[in-house]
Structure formats: C-alpha cells, structure tokens
Design a protein around this ligand. Structure first.
Ligand SMILES: [Zn+2]
Length: 176
C-alpha cells in the first residue's frame, strides 16, 4: 500500500477549493495550485467559459500566476496540484515551465496526458524527470465533476449539451 504524504492531501484540498469556485461560476470544476517549499505560489481554476479562451485551463492559469509571483517562468522545484489529470496542452506547459512534480486527483481516461490517454511526460524529449502522483483525493475530485455534469444534464436536455458531456470520463463510473 502506498501512503500519501499528508501535505499532498492538504494542497489537493486547496486545489479542490478552486474547483468548487469554478463550479459556482458555471465552469467545469477543475482547480489547481502551484506549491514550492510548502508555500502556494499560484492558484487557478478552469475559466474557459468566463474568459472565452480554450487555453484557460486551471493549470495554465495557476502556472501563469506562480510565474508572475516569482517573476520567472522557470518553476523548478514546484509541485503542481490539479484535481483532474492534466490534458496534453497542460502537460506541455508543465514541461515548458520546468515543474518538478505533479500531483493529480482523478484520472481522465479521455484526455489525461500523464498516462491515461497519452503519456507526455514519461520519456519526454527534453529529458526532464518529473515525478507524478495520481489519485490523491481522486474520488472527491471526480464526484465534483460528475455532480456538475449531472446538474447540467438536468438543466438542459438540448442535444448540443449532451454531445459536450465527457461520456468517456463518466462512462468509467458506476451507473447513476
Ligand atoms: Zn489542460
């Protein structure tokens, strides 16, 4: 049995707080914090709808905030906590930003780029060693996303919305 270091859960709770904030703003609830030496340098929540920006993922916004805070795009020694396994775009940004460690909550079978759908970090061409820990508070992170889409489904029966639902992500779960 692998034990999760207690501070991983602590910082994942902070990422979850961002995800809850996104939910309240009508965004798919995904949150992220960037931590170095036990200190949160940047926070982000999914803001694609609010900003009308396909790159406004929680991880990208958190990395931007952390880079601004340290006035440096190099985030060596930082750990990125994300409630959902990062997508290929965010995995690319993790590489570019020199993040040292990634901790995520729920796996994303549809778009997860840390081993679920793709494996962007492992054997990356930049030869960066990035430690990855998955499944920290994973159930809680996934429950929040599932609740969001169940809400959405209830509110709108439109075909367009149905098509946008991440069936592959939800399909992995027990029947509702
Ligand atoms: Zn992403």
């Amino acid at each position: 049995m692998i034990l999760t270091p207690p501070n991983d859960e602590h910082f994942m709770r902070q990422a979850l707080r961002e995800a809850h904030g996104a939910y309240q703003e009508g965004e798919v609830p995904i949150g992220c914090v960037i931590v170095k030496d036990g200190k949160v340098l940047g926070r982000g929540r999914n803001h694609m709808e609010t900003l009308r920006d396909p790159t406004a993922h929680a991880e990208i916004l958190a990395m931007g905030a952390a880079s601004s805070a340290v006035e440096n795009w190099r985030l060596d020694g930082c750990t990125l906590y994300a409630t959902l396994e990062p997508c290929p775009m965010c995995a690319g940004a993790i590489l570019n930003g020199r993040i040292s460690r990634v901790v995520y909550g729920s796996k994303d079978k549809r778009l997860g780029a840390l081993g679920s759908a793709y494996d962007i970090l492992n054997g990356n061409p930049l030869n960066r060693e990035i430690e990855v820990v998955g499944g920290v508070l994973g159930e809680e992170c996934l429950d929040l996303i599932r609740a969001f889409f169940q809400d959405l489904r209830k509110r709108s029966k439109s075909r367009e919305t149905e098509e946008q639902l991440p069936e592959a992500l939800l399909g992995d779960l027990p029947e509702n």
